[in-house]
Design a protein around this ligand. Sequence first.
Ligand code: NAP
Length: 311
Amino acid sequence: MENHVVIIGSGPAGLTAALYAGRSKLNPLLVRGELPGGLLATTDSVENFPGFPEEVGGVELALRMEEQAARFGARFLETMITRVDLSRQPFRLTTSEGEQIAAQTLIIAIGASPRKLGIPGEEEFTNRGVHYCANCDGIAFEGKRLVAIGGGNSALDEGLFLTRYVSELVLVHRRNELRADPILQERALANPKMRFLFNTTVRSIEGDEVVTGVRLMDLHSGQEEFLPTDGVFIYIGHEPNTALFRGQLDLDPAGYIRADISTRTSVPGVFAAGDVADPRYRQAITAAGDGCRAAMEAARFLADLPAKALV
Ligand code: NAP
């Protein structure tokens, strides 16, 4: 069966696109993907989504968005898309079970994934002391010592969350200035469990069965030292999940989908919303705004197709 609108990705961009496409009576199909709720679901509390003055849990916000989209007819499919063919209409998508999905319009909202540091020990100890999500894995470190790497909002936000569990959190940042929002900097610098090592990088992660420490380098003196720790949480930015589209859509040099202000990509009928096309803002609210625009553009695109092309 051909779908008017297929959305891939279930973060705020995909769920808002599903809501708007549903309200346009387009019966959208949303493919949930690997991480239902997207990165939003890995966020403990969201303080900057308008309408929630008391803050709201990331999972709760994603579930509410999903409920709202379902109310207007959005359909949800639990699978991964492993292949896409955007060379002709309708577009063809292949699921991990080998099923084919046909789409007259496609909204890509598959976000971005945490960037890897690429240092010795990172891969070896992933999930054995190397982690990328405090909300998912922090609870295992009750009373332990941790290192967090990065100086942006994610490092500080998630670092602050980790201080609920740990005895000490050492934040290692490569510069002497944090990039995070001032309000997060204030909270982190005032937190008695957080210690900061500036102008420092982690050269390697060491351990046996699990992580036992990190090798640090002071970028001014070049001096190295071993810091014992029970785990390392890495927050050095994100990489867009665009491998599926390489060679089929225009991407920028960092791999983000090139989309215009109306979310239109280089292929007519294909729209990109949220972090997959946004290296700059990357907020739940901007992703939701993109999802809205993408669904409205998809509706316009469908309205302009010859009537017989619509099923
Ligand atoms: P980010 O803002 O790009 O920060 C990445 C941090 O990692 C920077 O401090 C950067 O250092 C450092 N870094 C990058 N590559 C590195 C490397 N190879 N080695 C060591 N350090 C490295 O990424 P983010 O913190 O994930 O945030 C991404 C977006 O999500 C932002 O727009 C942010 O506002 C948003 N976000 C918002 C919230 C919130 O509002 N509460 C929470 C989380 C994320 P430099 O500073 O030296 O470049």
